[in-house]
Design a protein around this ligand. Structure first.
Ligand code: GUN
Ligand code: ZN
Length: 436
């Protein structure tokens, strides 16, 4: 029998329909498949599965919960150092803080230092996969891929495209930006667990020529991702209307240039209508919901109920640095609050298991990575976190009284932070970088 790692603790994962599956005394077995890659071999109750692994050593974590590593579907690594920078709203915040900070990523050494810190921060918070914005500098992409490869993470990133309405230091050149994108994409996409994302920043900072070029690359390379922003802020929406007067809506600008498709992920999607939602749904484009960012910049509230009705794919994201925390617990709690908001839309109460799914298996599904990451069903790659529900005195008191899985997960969402993440296991890594 090939070497298999066997773990015993409570075990959370999700059925294909999004239902949570939970064993208070669970077994997780991870070992190589026929090609030598690590995969979940078994996941279920200890009682049902232990006999199959009777001759294997077992790592036992009593009182702990094994759960899928979190998936963050929209985060900016170069904005690690701008978290908590106050501004009136999105556009002044970009001018005042983001563009000056991002201009520093022309420097490979600065990129490498921030990339290393960023990945440690993701892991410390239990995030094992992310779709990440770099900057317009190829060096920033190279640095993040280098570091992610070293850690054997499943991670997606790409060079930001922004050839207008951007200051010197971050503005790129139309033709060169597309050449750089294709070169980076050919170099990195599919290497180990890495993926490339064609990354126009947002419609106002790209010329029609750059958007057209990005759309052509998106058609030529259907397996790579596309990421951008849409309809986050009212001033931004008005600006797009002025720049693209022919377009029916902001979203339809991206449609016009061939940027809406499976594996396209657009952040925010707040100020949209039902025609936009139908367009998202038919094109297979997913929305990255960024509740702490939307709250911080006063952008508005994502309408979960309308998205659900329209069958739009959406998932949760930190959007650091407009987002205020790397912690999935903080993001899930902010998403709950966004759902409850009932002055701009009817409020909904998202269940704790649904919130958790939106940051794990549902997030993987939005990325086209269902059955790969974000879950612990047999066949998945098996990155996982070990949660300590007694990480703080208050958590210990509250979780001891949880009468159901929903109550337990809600207590973790409301009270949890990085202290709950006791270990992070990256299944493909030869050594475990964190918390072991
Ligand atoms: N829209 C265009 N660029 C950005 C960015 O960096 N952050 C956010 N939140 N929105 C954007
Ligand atoms: Zn963003």
């Amino acid at each position: 029998m090939p070497p298999v790692s066997v773990f015993r603790a409570a075990l959370l994962r999700f059925a294909a329909d999004g239902r949570a599956l939970y064993d208070e005394d669970g077994l997780l077995a991870i070992g190589p498949d026929a090609t030598g890659r690590q995969r979940v071999q078994a996941a279920g109750s200890w009682q049902a599965l232990a006999a199959q692994y009777a001759d294997q050593p077992v790592t036992h974590w009593p009182g702990r919960i094994m759960a899928p590593g979190f998936v963050d579907v929209h985060v900016h690594y170069p904005q690690t150092d701008v978290i908590g920078s106050p501004a009136a709203s999105l556009l002044p915040w970009l001018e005042r803080y983001v563009f000056p900070q991002e201009s520093r990523f022309a420097e490979p050494q600065h990129s490498a230092e921030v990339a290393a810190f960023f990945l440690q921060e993701l892991l410390r918070h239990g995030v094992t996969t992310a779709l990440v914005f770099a900057t317009s500098h190829p060096a920033s992409v190279q640095a993040l891929f280098d570091q992610a490869q070293r850690l054997q993470l499943r991670l997606i990133t790409g060079k930001v495209l922004q050839d207008r309405h951007s200051p010197d230091g971050v503005r790129d050149h139309t033709l060169q930006s597309l050449i750089d994108t294709e070169r980076l994409l050919q170099h990195w996409h599919g290497v180990d667990r890495l993926g490339y994302a064609i990354t126009p920043r947002f419609a106002p900072t790209s010329t029609p020529e750059q958007l057209r070029g990005a759309g052509e690359l998106a058609a030529r390379y259907p397996q790579v991702w596309v990421q951008s922003h849409v309809a986050e802020n009212r001033d931004e929406v008005a600006w797009v209307r002025a720049l693209f007067p022919q377009a029916r809506s902001y979203l339809s600008v991206y449609e016009q240039f061939g940027l809406l498709r499976e594996r396209a992920v657009l952040a925010h999607g707040i100020h949209i209508d039902d025609a936009d939602r139908a367009l998202l749904q038919v094109s297979g484009t997913a929305v990255a919901v960024c509740p702490s960012s939307n709250w911080f910049l006063g952008s508005g509230f994502f309408d979960f109920a309308a998205a659900m009705r329209a069958g739009v794919a959406y998932a949760l994201a930190s959007d650091v640095g407009a987002g205020t925390s790397f912690s999935p617990f903080k993001t899930m709690l902010a998403a709950y609050g966004t759902g409850r908001e009932c002055q701009t839309k009817p409020g909904v109460s998202l269940s704790p298991t649904h919130l958790w799914w939106l940051h794990t298996a549902g997030a993987a599904r939005a990325l086209g990575l269902a059955g790969v990451v974000g879950n612990l069903l047999p066949g998945c790659e098996g990155d996982f976190v070990v949660l300590n529900p007694q990480a703080t005195a208050l958590l210990a008191r509250r979780t001891a009284q949880a009468a159901s899985l929903e109550e337990l997960l809600f207590a973790l969402i409301v009270l949890g932070d990085d202290r709950v993440i006791e270990r992070v296991i990256i299944s493909q890594a030869k050594y475990q970088p964190m918390l072991d």
